[in-house]
Design a protein around this ligand. Structure first.
Ligand SMILES: *Cc1c(COP(=O)(O)O)cnc(C)c1O
Length: 370
């Protein structure tokens, strides 16, 4: 049996007829840029998440960049983020003129460490950017408290956590703003690039809405009326139509991921040599399981064994954290993150996996640990 880490075609083929109908209908009606499907998607996602404003943009990376620009990041402003994160947030900080300060993981949840954040604060610190990796919300109560005590802003890279919650608060809408990605492999993926900024802050929403369309506060760009520097970062209307439909079964897709995670957790709990993802802590955390990431002292051997069994795995971000990107000038020493990258592994995790495939992954991990 084969269990590819990610079966791209399966994401279209799971409901090919319905997707084909939506593509034909939308394109056939000539709805390509900022038509009603984008409005519908924004409204539907805002309801689903429980946030006031959703602004759909070209991709998750640009959502972060626009959020930072709309927040008035100034040259030299420092933004603290976890080193264990995708390069997108760091790049956006750089392009918005800020300085990236990567910090350590907390060993209790493998997400950014509140203590490490506080230790990294300097007079130049402007904001904290937690990254809700794997669909698990960071320790936001501690992070919001640090931000309040030091007068800092909190921006959330929630690219992996659309629908995740902590104490019933939605990941992405706890700080001033947050961002999601609709890259095909994300929990809510479209058939190309897509992203959104979410916020309860009217001012940020208005600015980002204008900035994504050349500074125009409406569909049509009339340069004479523009009062804010913008760019082109619109979500394609056809992708929006697909996302409106995908939202109708997104809760089910999340539930399927959570069910697979429960099966992995249960099956692996009694095995030696593995460390499993953080538990839900009496229901405080609602995780959407963008990924199921575990740790193993013999990670590379486990990976090779799984590959022999036909099970695809991935080491997240190629095994490198932001602080290890020496070519970009980083020189921090973060031993906890270094170790994590040597031991962590992503198992297949998505809603199109069959029960037989999940059983095969479990059997293959068991036979390694036996
Ligand atoms: C996917 C991802 C992004 C970037 O999203 P794009 O839509 O691909 O630009 C940013 N941050 C994290 C943590 C991600 O996983």
């Amino acid at each position: 049996m084969k269990v590819p880490f990610f079966d791209w075609a399966a994401y279209f083929n799971e409901r090919a007829d319905e997707f084909a109908r939506i593509l034909t209908e939308t394109a056939g009606a000539g709805r390509f840029i900022l038509q009603k499907d984008v409005d519908e998607f924004e409204a539907a996602l805002a309801r689903f998440i429980g946030v006031k404003h959703v602004i759909a943009v070209a991709d998750g990376t640009n959502a972060i960049l626009l959020g930072l620009r709309a927040s008035g990041l100034r040259p030299g402003d420092e933004v603290i983020l976890p080193s264990h994160s995708f390069i997108a947030a760091a790049q956006s900080v750089h392009h918005a003129g800020g300085t990236v300060i990567p910090v350590e993981l907390d060993e209790s949840d493998w997400l950014v460490s509140p203590e490490a954040i506080e230790a990294a604060i300097t007079p130049k610190t402007r904001a904290i950017m937690p990254v809700h990796v794997n669909g698990r919300t960071c320790q936001m109560d501690a992070i919001m408290d640090i931000a309040a005590r030091h007068g800092l802003e909190v921006f959330e890279d929630s690219a992996q956590a659309a629908g995740a919650r902590l104490d019933n608060k939605p990941a992405g809408a706890i700080g001033r703003w947050g961002t999601y990605s609709f890259y095909p492999s994300k929990t809510l993926g479209c058939f190309g690039d897509g992203g959104a900024l979410v916020t309860n802050d009217d001012e940020i929403a208005e600015r980002v809405r204008a900035m994504r369309n050349h500074g125009a506060n409406r569909d049509k760009v009339i340069p004479r009326d523009v009062t804010i520097w913008g760019t082109n970062s619109r979500l394609d209307n056809v992708q929006a139509a697909i996302l409106v439909y995908k939202l109708t079964y997104y809760a089910e897709a999340i539930e399927r991921r959570r069910e697979i995670a429960r099966q992995y957790d249960e099956a692996f709990a009694e095995l030696d040599g593995l460390r499993l993802p953080p538990p839900p802590e009496d229901g405080r955390y609602f995780d959407v399981f963008q990924n199921y990431e575990l740790c193993c002292d013999r990670r590379d051997e486990l990976r090779a064994h799984l590959s022999e069994q036909g099970v695809g795995t991935i080491v997240q971000w190629g095994g490198f954290g932001i602080h290890q990107l020496r070519g970009l000038g980083f020189n921090q020493d973060l031993p906890i993150t270094d170790r994590f990258f040597k031991e962590s592994l992503l198992l297949p995790m998505n809603h199109v996996l069959s029960d037989e495939q999940v059983a095969h992954v479990i059997q293959s991990v068991r036979s390694f640990c036996a």
